[in-house]
Design a protein around this ligand. Structure first.
Ligand SMILES: NC(=O)c1ccc[n+]([C@@H]2O[C@H](COP(=O)([O-])OP(=O)(O)OC[C@H]3O[C@@H](n4cnc5c(N)ncnc54)[C@H](O)[C@@H]3O)[C@@H](O)[C@H]2O)c1
Length: 294
């Protein structure tokens, strides 16, 4: 008996890395899985491994950067397994450049795969779940990069959008019994090999992100929705939802003079850990134009 016995799942971008790990754990816990990856051969290899474990799995090479690709993928799950209960939006790419050098095409590609792909797959799956009256579980994939990550305008924007969609969908879909959560994984993969500090990182097994995904998709987690967890390595970390912090009140509203008088003393101390790596706030001394050497 597994906690996901009888459930039908789709995992996008699952031909390798984090998504492949999710599939291994979903099957181990009783789910039937559609292993999606634009790299068909990789998806097929994963299916073979899952079948060798005694699992029920099929491959899909749908491109989730188009609405048709996403709709076809969810339909494939319904055709093969009669329904969809679980969607894990995991597929992703990076095209890292600092903001000053970033081309529109690299922004659009990253946005389309991460944000639109997550939206199209989730909308199609949620509509099926509503029709089925079965409830369901959607797991999105964000990243600490959405706190701010040097060289990742496109990726951090996409991951921030995914976090925001997670909160919104949790509110909208609860009445249909659909829960929506997200993870920010940590794993040694093709993608992590592109990180600037890749050579200094210890090995993080991609499959370590799978157990929490399975548990979140199970009935055991029926009280968890709209939550994001940092996963991977040996940790599960609650990614705290952004919220208003210290608030200054000026009856009748603030004017520039009062802001000038109070801001530095009352607000500057609030500027804490900054960016994905949580470094101390680096701008206390001011941000200045470069010195003119002429
Ligand atoms: N590895 C990490 O430490 C890390 C950290 C934070 C977030 N993430 C996120 O985890 C997810 C998985 O990343 P990974 O590290 O396993 O990378 P990966 O490159 O190993 O796997 C991503 C997979 O997505 C597939 N894919 C890309 N575009 C696709 C498309 N249009 N349609 C279908 N499949 C497509 C790729 O072919 C690839 O197999 C991504 O969303 C990534 O942003 C990873």
């Amino acid at each position: 008996m597994g906690i996901l016995d009888g459930k039908a799942a789709v995992v996008t971008g699952a031909g390798r890395g984090v998504g492949k790990g999710h599939c291994m754990h979903l099957v181990k816990n009783g789910a039937s899985v559609v292993v999606n990856d634009i790299l068909l051969e990789e998806a097929e290899k994963v299916v073979e491994e899952l079948k060798a474990m005694g699992g029920n799995a099929i491959a899909s090479n749908a491109d989730i950067s188009s609405r048709e690709g996403c709709e076809g993928l969810i339909q494939q799950c319904c055709d093969a397994f009669g329904k969809i209960d679980i969607l894990v939006n995991n597929a992703g790419i990076v095209r890292d450049k600092t903001m000053l050098k970033l081309e529109d095409s690299d922004f659009e590609l990253v946005w389309k795969i991460h944000v639109m792909g997550t939206f199209w797959c989730s909308q199609t799956a949620a509509r099926k779940m509503v029709e089925q009256k079965s409830g369901g579980s959607i797991i999105n994939t964000t990243s600490g990069a959405h706190f701010g990550s040097f060289g990742q305008t496109n990726y951090s924007a996409a991951k921030g959008a995914i976090a925001s969609m997670t909160y919104t969908w949790a509110m909208e879909l609860a009445k249909h019994g659909i829960r929506v959560n997200a993870i920010g994984p940590l794993a040694t993969t093709h993608m992590s090999a592109t990180f600037s500090d890749a050579d200094k990182m210890p090995y993080f097994p991609p499959e370590n992100n799978g157990p929490i995904v399975c548990w979140l998709c199970s009935e055991e987690a029926n009280f968890v929705s709209g939550q994001i967890f940092g996963t991977g390595g040996d940790r599960i970390s609650h990614m705290v939802q952004p919220h208003y912090g210290k608030t200054l009140i000026m009856p009748g509203g603030w004017d520039v003079e009062n802001i000038q008088k109070q801001f530095k003393t009352q607000m500057q101390g609030e500027f804490g850990a900054f960016g994905m790596l949580g470094k101390p706030y680096p701008f206390h001394g001011g941000v200045h134009p470069p010195a003119n050497d002429d």
